[in-house]
Design a protein around this ligand. Sequence first.
Ligand SMILES: [Zn+2]
Length: 222
Amino acid sequence: MGQRYHPNRDIRRRVQEEIARTREMARKDEWVTYIMRDPTERDPLGSADGAIFYVGQTRDFPSRVVRRFSYAEEYARRPRKLTDKRVVQIWRKGSCPRFEVVERVATHLQSLVSETNHANRLIAQGYRLTNQWKEHRGATTMEVTRTDVPPDRIWPFTIADAVADEITVELVCTECEVATGPLDLLALSEAMEPKPKTLADLKRLTCRCGKTGGRYVKLSVP
Ligand SMILES: [Zn+2]
């Protein structure tokens, strides 16, 4: 398992303080969009807490904060883990990253939209983020909407989250020309054995003609 925070005692205390502070910010049944700040770097817009270097989203904010600190040392040794490398860098300078909640929304899809729009806005304002998703690279001032969220971020949704966001699937087979409209997701998953946990599990469905997988099961995001 990951090293528990930074070995330095003073930094460990500051990490514990940050965890306690962010625990106060969490409410029940919400998705949180959060930013991380580097107190050792001057903020372009003048915040005393330092420059923003990361935007994230989570359903469980307090656990996410604990996890980000707990695994930073371990992950920072791997390539491409830019956010963890930055956390460790800040510790080495004798400081500790600061978390801030920037938006609270009710559903998973709204949360992904919120995260992308915040990241794009910050990039356009001149912040250099460690986020690496391609949809954050545009630095566009255009707001994305729910239909712009890439499918690879929607397939991992739980069935319950998909229902809450009115996301469903259609069955479309080019082989035998089966094409359904949007399906009743609850009825569909109820009829499956074993029960699907995520939308990706629906890719198990097989057409009468034997075709299977993501090309047969299509996401439908109205
Ligand atoms: Zn077919």
